[in-house]
Design a protein around this ligand. Sequence first.
Ligand code: P5A
Ligand code: ZN
Length: 475
Amino acid sequence: MKRERLQHNFSEWFSGILRSADIMETRYPVKGLFVWLPHGLKLRNSVFAIMRGLLEQSGHQEVLFPQLIPENIFRKEAEHIRGFEGQVYWVTHGGRDKLDVKLALRPTSETSIYPMFALWIRSHADLPIKIYQIVNIFRYETKMTKPMIRLREVTTFKEAHTAHAKSEEAEAQVLEAVNIYKRFFDELGVPYVVTKRPPWDTFAGAKYSIAFDTLAPDGRALQIGTVHNLEQNFARVYGLKYEALGGKQHYVYQTCYGVSERVIAAVMMAHGDDVGLCLPPHIAPIQVVIVPIPFKDREVPVEQIATAIKNELAAAGLRVHLDERDLRPGNKFYYWERRGVPLRLEVGPEDVKKEQVTAVRRDTGEKQAIPRGVLKTKVKQLLEGVTGDLRERAWNLFHASIKEAPDTETIKRVIQKRGGIVRAPWCGGKACGEALKEQTGWDLLGEEFDGRAPAGACPICSKRAKVSVLIARTY
Ligand code: P5A
Ligand code: ZN
């Protein structure tokens, strides 16, 4: 399967496929805002259903907070504000009246949620709190906007927020969140690295941030999720206190973590090819498409049989579509291939005669005849195979794009030449981190999380390396 065009002109491929695969309308007349189309919205919903399941299973409860935050409350946490100041849209008027207190359109919801936490938390018994919401947020992004990837209205912001009695519990929560995200991306077959972001790239108001990055086909790293330990920063500002057993008041410890529709872009990139999308079956809005191949001069009930097959597969719980349009089969094939439908079943006169169906896998193009008698079982098997193979292929490509480099010249050159991620030894010092960024000209993703103990010396200070640092060109 060809991925050349994706590599060389990823941007063009991506915007082309958004429209032709019925994912997004990109001509909405406000910069950074886009329209979800039916097929795209179904894909989005099934991806976020997985996330919902993972969060619910691990004791998170869904809430829904208002979108507007009063300026005075929004401005309380100094660091947070410094980070978001330049990105906030303000509501200043209600009708013709100027508002007494300006209202921020949430760029994220810490400052909307935590004042309510302050009302809810009284004693130790009220903790922990683990909530999440899937909402839209607004960020006045100044870098180039891109559908799903850098939006001014993020339509699908999944944010979770937690509060704990003890520092260690917040630490444990960070690990739980990292594991939830790992499972999420594994389910989607989206490969990733996990790093602890350097201080200059830490979420505004957090003690530290852990981030997931994948690679776009053009070799640039894309941050697809973050987990933050907020420690007591927000708790102190918003007065989130609980009474411990002895009657003493304590500030809570907090974490938050989020992903957005960027993960949908990551799914499209991880599995797509020259033709278009290639979707993992469990999230594909249509898993199986049936294309009848009628034969004019013969009296074979192709359509009738195709309908029977459709009903049989639908009854088995598969998302199946019968394409009865008056189009040439070849056009239909291409149409569904572009949309990434994992499996096509063709029913032609030959198939009818032999009581079989011809199955074609979207990912490999592999064709095979399936006897009608074992259709259900065989189709399910094939789909499972596709899921596994897509994941494996994506991870193989990803691993091949991670290179080791011992010194700044090599780091610089490797990324310049082929993009991807470079793993280098690092003493872990902030100054050396900054120098690495300066001298290579690329971005530090950060210290590799649960990475292998590195061999070698820090390329800057020559001290023995304590950790591995990952470096890439980023989006
Ligand atoms: C965590 C959830 C936060 O906002 N507050 C609540 C924390 N973290 S974050 O890193 O700023 O955002 C989380 C993830 O959202 C995606 N993202 C975006 N996606 C599309 N367009 C944007 N403008 C945008 N900004 C952030 C990123 O994947 C990020 O990791
Ligand atoms: Zn060093």
